[in-house]
Write a protein that binds this ligand. Structure first.
Ligand SMILES: [Zn+2]
Length: 429
């Protein structure tokens, strides 16, 4: 995927919004058709059947007929794809699209270009013997900074070119989010080759330091500045005091949304840039296995049994989600497929990376680690990252005999004992 910011003229913008409306309408029709299905009923219409129905609907409905057919058919195709991939896409069953929230459509390129085999000979259709022609998006470079793409119904629409070469794709998607138009070309980038040195890097993800690498580097995800956070609070306060349903309220909330979108953009940009580094310079990248969804669950509880520290937990959840842990892992995996591993997370922060002894008391503070067994002193995050790199999360041992994880026997005696080889039982490397 290569995505660029698009700058349509006001006239083009109106047409683009119309396209979004058509795509959304057709998508929602498809969702509705499929939601009627129950066991025992006739199966919901397939993509081909839906296309036939769309042609009929276009004949009868003037508003639909006025729209672009490619946009509408592609919305059906999107739906068919979403439906087919509901188990592995991570998004689940395709659901309703909402105005202002899910604005976008997909377009297949108009230009036809001949396709060639790997050895340079023209690819022929085995049935007819004709040259296979492929779709291609029509793009033009204007100068070093600007390019334009042909969007049906709008002619040439300019976009800001932020790469040296023009994108070549069969289709593209146009989206409108947070007041900005983007054009994303359907390109799957080549994965980054392993350097072949056999080196392994471990990443410890935390809230104070977003990602501590085992080579000592500490990477921090950008956050909003204090000033920007104050602005958010200001606009939220003004919105709260504005009369219900007023334009002022909407405007204030829009400003809040804009600032929050800015934060999300920064985070995404950071993840994109940061994930390249380990993928490019290490053969194997290890992450501790975190279940972020469970970690950020609310502490609210139920009405009968309300939870404790609800606000505090909500704040922690917010700061966990602001780190972009999941995205960093996901993008690294995309760039280095098959070279990313998950390591069990328990005790990675309590285990001594020098001798393997696991003890709660070794962790002196948030930043300091000092092994109570061998006296090894290190930064706590770096120590954890080294453990992750070694693939050592530690093995949870029986509670009575071990001091691991801060769980000690009633006397606390075992926690202060010397390491005993038979009990440690953890290979050093
Ligand atoms: Zn030690």
């Amino acid at each position: 995927m290569s995505r660029f910011r698009m700058y349509p003229t006001p006239a083009q913008e109106a047409v683009l919004f119309e396209h979004c409306a058509h795509a959304r309408y057709v998508w929602n029709l498809a969702v509705e058709q499929h939601s009627h299905w129950r066991t025992g009923r006739k199966s919901a219409p397939s993509f081909a059947e839906q296309c036939r129905q769309l042609t009929e609907a276009r004949r009868e409905n003037e508003w639909l007929r006025a729209g672009n057919q490619t946009v509408q058919v592609q919305a059906l195709k999107d739906f068919a794809q979403a439906k087919a991939r509901k188990f592995d896409s991570g998004f689940g069953e395709p659901t309703w699209r909402k105005k202002y929230r899910h604005e976008g459509f997909r377009v297949i390129g108009d230009e036809r270009i001949p396709e060639f085999n790997a050895d340079g000979t023209p690819r022929l259709n085995p049935k007819t013997g004709n040259q296979v022609m492929n779709r291609s998006v029509v793009v033009q470079k204007l100068n070093r900074r600007w390019a334009q793409a042909k969007v049906p119904g709008c002619g040439w629409v300019r976009f800001r070119l932020t790469r040296t070469e023009l994108p070549q794709a069969k289709s593209f998607r146009v989206t409108f989010r947070n007041g900005q138009w983007h054009i994303a070309f359907a390109i799957i980038p080549e994965p980054i080759d392993a350097p072949g040195t056999g080196e392994v890097i471990g990443t410890d993800r935390g809230v104070t330091i977003t990602a501590a690498l085992s080579d000592g580097r500490k990477l921090n995800c950008p956050q909003l500045t204090t000033r920007e956070r104050a602005q958010i609070r200001k606009h939220q306060r003004r919105a709260a005091r504005a009369p219900k349903g007023s334009g002022l309220k909407a405007a204030e909330y829009a400003k809040v949304a804009q600032l929050k979108a800015c934060e999300a953009n920064r985070r995404k940009d950071w993840c994109e840039k940061t994930s390249t580094l380990p993928a490019r310079s290490y053969d194997l990248v290890r992450f501790e296995k975190l279940n972020i969804k469970n970690m950020t669950r609310s502490a609210k509880g139920t009405v009968e049994e309300p939870g404790k520290w609800v606000k505090q937990k909500a704040g922690l959840n917010r700061s966990i989600l602001a780190q972009g842990w999941g995205l960093l892992r996901q993008r690294t995996e995309h760039k280095a497929p098959g070279r990313v591993e998950d390591v069990p997370a328990p005790y990675t922060s309590l285990r001594c990376s020098a001798c393997g002894w696991i003890e709660k008391k070794s962790r002196k503070s948030q930043a300091d680690f000092g092994c109570v067994s061998c006296g090894f002193i290190c930064n706590a995050d770096e120590n954890a990252a080294t453990n992750v790199a070694a693939g050592q999360g530690g093995i949870p041992r029986p509670r009575r005999s071990a001091g691991a994880g801060g769980v000690t026997a009633a006397t606390g005696r075992s926690s202060a004992r010397e390491p005993q080889p038979t009990w440690v039982g953890i290979p050093l490397f």
